[in-house]
Design a protein around this ligand. Sequence first.
Ligand SMILES: [Zn+2]
Length: 254
Amino acid sequence: MSGSLSLLGPDDPVPFRVTQATAEGPFVLVSDHAGRAVPRTLDRLGVGEGDWERHIAWDIGIHGVGIALSRLLGAELIEQVYSRLVIDCNRAPGHPTSIPDLSDGTEIPGNAGLSEAGRAQREREILHPYHDRIAESLRQRTRPTALIALHSFTPEMKGVKRPWQVGILYHRDKRSAGIMLDLLRQEGDLCVGDNEPYVLTATSDYTVPHHAEGADLPYLEIEIRQDLIADEAGQISWAQRLARLLPLYWNAIS
Ligand SMILES: [Zn+2]
């Protein structure tokens, strides 16, 4: 073992959770911020229990949406189970904000002054296995495929309220985004964010640039506001809406 103990112990979960496909559809669902597990050795990163309920720890509600959507579409779903505070899996390896020592005003003592070896360990044991699993799924596909990245966003950031219920983020694949933005606007009851609440770039995000844009794979990065999917009813309702719209999107691009 050359002296370096592993980060994940026998009581820690493997870093990704796969829900198998049950139908032959075009979609692979991925969810970078679905979980909030912390390796036992990191001792909750020194963060208080209340902060583990907040959006800084994970994408609130998106696990329920992802599971329900996977079931409705019969699509494979790959979720990261560790908290974004341990390592943000939508950031490239080595990215300066991927292991934050401050997140939306909350200090993360367990990340302060993290050594290069400590960073490398989190990348090796949590970030890479998750992305390797996504890559493996995409490599094994024999049908035309779209990557669907599922996220949720906090309704208020630094005192500013966000009006959108849902946003589509994109960089190079403007065609997919344009179709889905139109479909969402046609719903009639939604304020739809066009590259809001964030603009997707080659460096701000990792999952879509790395797996989709690099391979010319069509994709959608979908952000749902967290207050709408805080409970199971909201999660099911949004999964049903997406399960109705995603096939329309696919018909339009294929
Ligand atoms: Zn997210």
